[in-house]
Structures are given as C-alpha cells and as structure tokens.
Design a protein around this ligand. Structure first.
Ligand code: AMP
Length: 183
C-alpha cells in the first residue's frame, strides 16, 4: 500500500500517519521529521533547511524531492509507505509520480484530513513546537492554501483522493481512517 497523508498544519496528520503505517506494517515517512533530524545533525541539507522551517516556508522542491527519492529507494519501502508532509507542491507531486512510475507501482491512495481552521490554530499553539509561534503558524497556513491545497484537485482528478473528517477524538479519526483504507 503506497499512501500519502495530507492535511493542513495541526490537523494531527503526523500522529495518524504514524499509527496507520504501523497498522499496514510499512514505514512512516515524515519529511518534516527528516528535515528536523537533518537540522539537529547539522548536515548540509539541515543547514539549508533551517531558515525555511523557522520562517514557516517550504524548503526548495529540489532539496526535498532528492531526499524523498533516496528514502523511497531503500528496501524497507519495497512493500509500501505512508508519506506524511510530502508532496506539498505540484512539482513535488509530479516528481513523486515519476519516481513511482519507474517502480511500476503508482500511488494507491491519498487521504486528506479535514479539520476546522479555528481548531487547528488552537491545537498548534498548544503543541508549542519552535515553528508553532502565531506569526509562523499564519505563514504555514498561507503556504498550505497557496501551494498544497491545489494538490487536492490534482489527486481528485486521478480519483485516488479520500477525505477523512478530522473532528472528534483521536480514536474517532482512527476509526474513520480504518474504514476508508479498508482491510
Ligand atoms: P511538518 O512537520 O510536515 O509540519 O513540516 C515542518 C516544516 O518542514 C514545514 O513547515 C516546511 O518548512 C518543511 N517541510 C516539510 N515537508 C516539506 C515538503 N514536502 N516541502 C517543503 N518543505 C517541507
């Protein structure tokens, strides 16, 4: 199962994507986590990425596409993956399609977590990560609306997009995901 998890900042996609990856016994690939680890380890990618993350902006497409391509080529991704936070732009989405075409296995499903925006801002402020300051949060929402939301249409046209109602408890959302992904 090759799956992409989408949703606005603070929708809880990280937690749910991790849970779903466990359920499907495939790796959970969070590009946000990859970048935060690279920053911590002060790698070359980390040094380039740090300013973008701090400002709530997207890192350049080439940088993240290259990193994902390397990760997807690793053997643990052979039977599938849950991508979380990638793709976030149309060039990233087409690059992903090309990578998977080469493998001969297209994406199976794109899940989009739908959550009310007011609730999201409250959740993000409560989470308190270093890029969760109010002005950075606003910036991340703007980026999401401008660059990532158009991807929903891209995947809707391919008929692989499914919406998950993100309101309610974590358990409620899990149940909806499980029903949508199916056994
Ligand atoms: P996340 O943990 O998914 O919320 O990502 C945190 C930050 O990492 C984002 O605000 C971006 O600065 C950066 N980032 C993560 N994934 C991507 C991506 N696919 N393209 C560009 N920037 C990304």
């Amino acid at each position: 199962m090759q799956l992409v998890f989408m949703g606005p900042p603070g929708a809880g996609k990280g937690t749910q994507a991790e849970w779903l990856a466990d359920l499907l016994s495939v790796p959970h690939l969070s590009t946000g986590e990859m970048l935060r680890a690279a920053i911590e380890q002060q790698t070359e990618i980390g040094e380039t990425a740090a300013g973008y993350l701090a400002a709530g902006k997207l890192v350049p497409d080439e940088l993240i596409i290259g990193a994902v391509e390397i990760r997807l080529a690793q053997s643990d991704c052979a039977n599938g993956f849950v991508l979380d936070g990638f793709p976030r732009t149309l060039p990233q989405a087409t690059a992903l399609d090309e990578m998977l075409d080469e493998k001969g296995a297209p994406l199976d499903l794109v899940l989009n977590l739908d959550v009310d925006e007011e609730l999201l801002v409250q959740r993000l402020v409560a989470r308190g990560r270093s890029d969760d300051k109010p002005d950075v949060i606003r910036q991340r929402f703007e980026v999401y609306r401008d660059q990532s939301e158009p991807l929903l249409e891209y995947y809707r046209k391919k008929a692989i997009l499914k919406a998950i109602e993100g309101d309610g408890t974590r358990e409620d959302v899990r149940q909806r995901i499980q029903e949508t992904v199916g056994p």
